[in-house]
Write a protein that binds this ligand. Structure first.
Ligand code: GLC
Length: 423
């Protein structure tokens, strides 16, 4: 009896500013679990729970964006109310729009004011804002400052230079007793992450973005073929065979363990590389990805995640309130400082505390705002199949079963067939 009274007293006290326990609702949110993502999400949720008195279950989802998409498609196509709030990839609004709430209807016309226009536009399908921007992403190059200095090398500005430097340092370090040293690690598994890596190689060589803004298939060109052939040459030279099965976290594991000169990854890897238990703390630099040869340009693939409310949610308004809280300025600032997640709110790129925690948010600002988009807008709900075709092709070239020219020619045929039926 005593305990019950005590418990209710505590409950009453903590709900005093919010709702009574009789009205408290239970929501479910799916969050990513790459790096520190899940912990960060749980911390944000706790703050909202304390503020509102409602409670939220957090379910973690597969790390691979490709696997996460099929999970969501299953749940949504069953019209299930199991998940109220979903963390969705920047390439999915067109694929999932029909199952998602228009957040402006609940949060008002200004719901996304202050967020990057390009992301808001990306998330607006048929005039409906189907997701709020949560964090943006762009591919960046991580390098070992200490090793470049030891061997007297500049930070490479072309992929060709990166190849040479990586090879030389890897070989020298191996001769020096570090038999596990690799030159370059990236995301080479056949999944969405390879779509972004390969897009970066191709775009930086002047080979376009697979399908252009107008929906034309552009992949069959010599620059694209050359870019893929160069990447294939890395396997067994500067990159381990195992990279053919790496996602973000496998690459980070090798780099953070001190066993790679260069890594392509997203900004989240920065705060983890700088953490107390990292072998490379204070030895890492971050810069833009290399250009494809002298006439090429640096191309960072655009990534990022958004929060959406399922149309089948039984608590759409509360779920939208949770989304507004998590994507709001205070949360985005906390996530930037604590775990180097890029804000989608422009003003935070001038925030001193943010810039002190993650200096490259300032120096690479242009990289983040000019990143190259995957062709999800022009291909609409066929994007999943387009990406699958592209990453399978890139994987075939990396694993040596096709050369670049043959691969881009075959891929063109496949994409044209898809285009005839779908966009
Ligand atoms: C990152 C990006 C996301 C992309 C994924 C691929 O999570 O933010 O947009 O699809 O990587 O692995």
């Amino acid at each position: 009896m005593k305990r019950t009274l005590l418990t209710s007293a505590i409950a009453l006290a903590s709900f005093a500013s919010a709702v009574s326990s009789a009205q408290a609702a239970q929501l479910t949110i799916s969050c990513g679990a790459v790096g520190a993502e899940l912990t960060l999400c749980q911390e944000g949720i706790r703050a909202w729970e304390e503020k509102t008195g409602h409670s939220v279950d957090v379910v973690s989802t597969p790390n691979s964006s490709t696997e996460r998409l099929s999970l969501y498609q299953q749940i949504l196509s069953a019209n299930s109310s199991d998940i109220d709030v979903m963390q969705i990839d920047v390439v999915w609004p067109g694929l999932l729009a029909n199952h998602l709430l228009d957040l402006r209807e609940v949060l008002g016309e200004d719901a996304a004011a202050g967020h990057f226009d390009t992301i808001v536009t990306n998330n607006t399908i048929d005039d409906r804002l189907v997701a709020m921007p949560w964090f943006t992403d762009a591919g960046v190059l991580y390098y070992r400052e200490d090793l470049l200095e030891k061997y007297g090398h500049e930070v490479p500005t072309t992929w060709q230079e990166l190849t040479e430097t990586a090879r030389e340092i890897k070989n020298a370090e191996r001769a020096d007793g570090n038999s596990r040293m690799q030159g370059f690690v990236f995301q080479g598994r056949a999944y969405e992450g390879l779509t972004v890596n390969a897009l970066e190689w191709v775009a930086s060589h002047g080979g376009g973005s697979v399908v252009d803004q107008d929906g034309e298939v552009t992949i069959n060109n010599e620059h694209a073929a050359e870019a893929l052939d160069l990447a294939a040459s890395w396997i067994g030279d500067i990159s381990p065979e195992g990279v053919l099965n790496y996602t973000e976290e496998e690459a980070r594991g090798v780099f953070q363990g001190g066993n790679a000169v260069f890594m392509r990854n997203w900004p989240y890897a920065w705060s983890l590389a700088q953490s107390d238990d990292s072998d490379v703390r204070d030895k890492v630099g971050v810069t833009q990805l290399p250009a494809g040869g002298e006439n090429g340009q640096s191309a960072a693939g655009l990534g990022g995640w958004n929060l959406a409310v399922s149309r089948y949610s039984e608590h759409p308004e509360l779920a939208a309130d949770l989304v507004a809280f998590l994507t709001g300025e205070a949360e985005q600032k906390r996530r930037a400082i604590q775990a180097s997640y890029n804000p989608t709110i422009d003003a935070l790129y001038q925030d001193e505390e943010v810039l002190e925690a993650v200096p490259f948010f300032g120096t690479l600002y242009d990289t983040f705002t000019n990143a190259v988009a995957r062709p999800s807008a022009p291909t609409g709900d066929a994007y999943g199949r387009v990406s699958n075709a592209f990453f399978s092709t890139a994987h075939d070239v990396l694993s040596g079963s096709k050369d670049g020219a043959q691969a881009v020619s075959d891929l063109e045929g496949e994409l044209l067939r898809l285009k005839r039926r779908n966009w």
